[in-house]
Design a binder for this molecule. Structure first.
Ligand code: ZN
Length: 303
């Protein structure tokens, strides 16, 4: 990340003026991605020397001054891979995803960027997957640390197989620092265990607001899971830790409802990760957009 006064400020949003100053065009966006992925002086893949790089014509690749024919393709495996949409529009769309507390829908993106609805849907999907990938390393708790868990129901979720509207069970887990939201497909709490193992450090104490939730998660005997996570039911369901998680869930529901009358159950994780990405940064006062363009991990192309 180049030094910039914007980075030093304690803001959660980046204004359009600041955005245009940092990224005046697609070329600036491409150079930023090169810089983030390969550092100040990318090494030449052929001779290994750190070289000077120049953009190859109108392509999205760079060539070094040392070896003829060597190339770096900064967009490979990122959310921008094989896109026909200019990078500046992509960055602008990401800015909107980051600056809104209510979420962005494909209709908004398609109107704002003047691209087709189908292209906007793909773009929104990629951006959400990118957010998900950036935060995929977050783990709650630690040995002996308490992780609070609250269960809720999300209405108006459509099952693509059955086609009917129904509701979906969600769990939110949180420690003193962070939170994560887990969707439970088909209300089968056996899958909740795998999700918790993925997101919570082994040895954390799971503190449930409701005894019923605890029973569901720990039903179908699984000695390993029971050994990994000591559990208890919170003595006070109105404990501030539970209340804070409940508020986060209300925000998630508003976030989804404000853009979608109903959602497909297969998409729910994408909406959740988009919400989580923005909300956890707003809470800690980080500039969400700079985090969103601060790393470009490989995203799962199958999604
Ligand atoms: Zn070289």
């Amino acid at each position: 990340m180049p030094h910039n006064p914007v980075l030093a400020r304690n803001l959660t949003g980046l204004s359009i003026t600041e955005f245009l100053h940092l990224f005046p065009d697609s070329d600036a966006c491409l150079r930023h991605i090169l810089h983030v992925k390969y550092g100040d002086q990318p090494a030449c893949p052929r001779c290994g020397k750190s070289s000077r790089w120049h953009r190859v014509g109108k392509t999205q690749s760079f060539a070094p001054s040392c070896c003829f024919g060597a190339r770096i393709h900064p967009l490979t495996n990122t959310l921008f891979a094989k896109t026909g949409i200019p990078l500046h529009k992509w960055f602008y769309a990401i800015l909107h995803f980051c600056n809104t507390g209510t979420g962005v829908g494909a209709v908004f993106i398609s109107r704002h960027l003047g691209i087709s609805h189908a292209a906007a849907v793909r773009m929104a999907d990629r951006i959400r997957a990118h957010f998900r990938r950036i935060d995929s390393q977050i783990r709650l708790g630690g040995v002996g640390e308490r992780v609070y868990i609250v269960e809720t129901t999300m209405k108006n979720v459509i099952d693509p197989v059955v086609g009917s509207r129904h509701s979906m069970r969600l769990l939110i887990a949180g420690d003193a620092r962070d939170f994560c939201i887990l969707a439970i497909p088909k209300g089968d709490f056996r899958s909740a265990r795998a999700l918790l193992e993925e997101r919570v450090h082994p040895g954390s104490v799971l503190v449930f607001r409701d005894a019923a939730t605890s029973r569901k998660v720990f039903s179908y005997r699984n000695p390993l899971f029971t050994k990994t996570f000591p559990r208890e039911v919170g003595p006070d369901p109105y404990d501030s830790a539970f209340m804070e998680l409940s508020v986060t869930l209300i925000r998630l529901k508003l976030f989804v409802i404000s853009n979608h009358v109903w959602i497909m159950s297969r998409n729910i994780n994408q909406y959740i990760s988009s919400f989580e990405f923005v909300y956890r940064r707003n809470k800690t006062g980080r500039i969400t957009f700079l985090d969103a363009i601060g790393s470009f991990p490989s995203i799962d192309r199958a999604r």
